[in-house]
Design a protein around this ligand. Structure first.
Ligand code: GTP
Ligand code: MG
Length: 299
C-alpha cells in the first residue's frame, strides 16, 4: 500500500487579497464567503481536499488589519495564533496593491521552520503584463519565499502551480479527516455565511460590517407533490435601528433581494429546494459586546 500524506496550509494576507476565493478555488467548492468589502472573513475556516494519497488541509484566516473593536480583536488574535502555528503558508497579495507594512510585519513573525509561498493574485487586473516581472523581483527581496507564484484566482490561472508547490511540503502520515470531508464548518454556519455574504454584496458602506447572521430553525419535509423542501429561518442582526430599515429596504425590497440571492446559493449547494425566511433584529453595538460575539460563534 502506498503511504498517505498530509499538507497543512494556512492562507494569510491583507483584507480583500482573495484568500477566501483562493480557498474555494483550491478545494473546488464554495465554502467561504467572498465579497468586495474588506474583512469579510471573521473566523478561521478549514477546507479539506483529498486527492489520491494526499490530504490538503487549507486554513483560511481573516485579513490582517488594526483592531478597531472587540470583534476585530478576536480576528487579529485568530491571525496571530495561525501564524504562530503554521508550517506551510500561502501569503496572498493583491498585485495591484503590492507589499507594504502589514506583510513586512507578518514576514518578521514567520518562524524559521515555516515554508512561505507568495501568491501574487489578481494578475488579470494588470494592463501591462511586463510590469509583473519587476514586481516579482521586488517581492523576492522581502522574504526568503519558497516560491513566488503569480495567479488569477478569478480566472483559475496558476492554481496548478500552487498545488505543485504545496506538494513539496506534504508530510507522510495518516489523514486527519474523512476523504469526503469538505470543511469543519457546521451546516448552519455555512448557511448563515451564505446569507451574510449576500447581505455584504447588496448593502453599501458601513452597514455590512455590523451584520451577523444566525440560523434559528432548520426543518426538512416533503411537500404534497413529493418534493423535498428545506425550511430555514434566519435572523440578520445589525447594530442600529437605522440600519435595520436599510437592511429591510423600501417595501422590504432589500431583504427580499438578499433572501433570493441566498436561497439560490443554498439550493445549489445543498441540492434541495429551500424555503428561506429572514428576520432582521437589532443588537446595539454587538461588535463590542463579548457575550454577543461569543453567541454568534465569533470568538
Ligand atoms: N479581479 C480579480 N478579483 C479577484 C481575484 N480573486 C479574488 N478577487 C475578488 O477580490 C475580492 C475579495 O476576495 P475575498 O476572497 O473575499 O478576499 P479575502 O482576502 O478573503 O478578504 P477578507 O476575508 O476580507 O480578508 C472579491 O470581490 C473577489 O471576487 C482575482 O484573481 N482577480
Ligand atoms: Mg476572506
Amino acid at each position: 500500500m502506498s503511504e498517505t500524506k498530509n499538507a497543512f496550509v494556512t492562507i494569510i494576507g491583507r483584507p480583500n487579497a482573495g484568500k477566501s476565493s483562493l480557498l474555494n478555488a483550491l478545494i473546488g467548492e464554495k465554502i467561504a464567503a467572498v465579497s468586495a468589502k474588506p474583512q469579510t472573513t471573521r473566523t478561521k475556516i478549514t477546507g479539506v481536499k483529498t486527492n489520491g494519497g494526499t490530504q490538503y488541509v487549507f486554513i483560511d484566516t481573516p485579513g490582517m488589519h488594526k483592531a478597531r473593536n472587540k470583534l476585530s480583536e478576536h480576528m487579529v488574535k485568530t491571525i496571530n495564533d495561525s501564524v504562530a502555528e503554521l508550517e506551510t503558508a500561502l501569503l496572498v497579495i493583491d498585485c495591484t496593491k503590492g507589499i507594504s507594512e502589514p506583510e513586512k510585519a507578518l514576514a518578521a513573525e514567520f518562524s524559521k521552520r515555516s515554508h512561505v509561498i507568495l501568491v501574487v493574485n489578481k494578475i488579470d487586473l494588470l494592463e501591462d503584463k511586463t510590469e509583473l516581472m519587476a514586481k516579482l523581483s521586488e517581492y523576492s527581496k522581502l522574504y526568503d519565499f519558497e516560491e513566488i507564484i503569480p495567479v488569477s484566482v478569478l480566472e483559475k490561472d496558476g492554481l496548478d502551480l500552487i498545488m505543485q508547490a504545496i506538494d513539496k511540503f506534504a508530510a507522510p502520515g495518516p489523514h486527519y479527516f474523512p476523504e469526503n470531508m469538505l470543511t469543519d464548518q457546521p451546516e448552519k454556519v455555512i448557511m448563515a455565511e451564505m446569507i451574510r455574504e449576500k447581505a455584504l454584496n447588496n448593502l453599501n458602506e458601513e452597514i455590512p460590517h455590523g451584520i451577523a447572521v444566525t440560523i434559528e430553525t432548520l426543518n426538512e419535509r416533503t411537500d404534497s407533490s413529493g418534493e423535498d423542501i428545506l425550511d430555514i429561518t434566519a435572523t440578520i442582526y445589525c447594530e442600529r435601528e437605522s440600519h435595520k430599515g436599510i437592511v429591510i429596504g423600501k417595501g422590504g425590497q432589500m431583504l427580499k433581494r438578499i433572501g433570493a440571492d441566498a436561497r439560490a446559493e443554498l439550493e445549489a449547494f445543498f441540492a434541495i429546494k429551500v424555503n428561506l425566511k429572514c428576520w432582521v433584529k437589532v443588537k446595539e453595538g454587538w461588535r463590542n459586546r463579548e457575550a454577543l460575539i461569543k453567541n454568534f460563534g465569533l470568538s
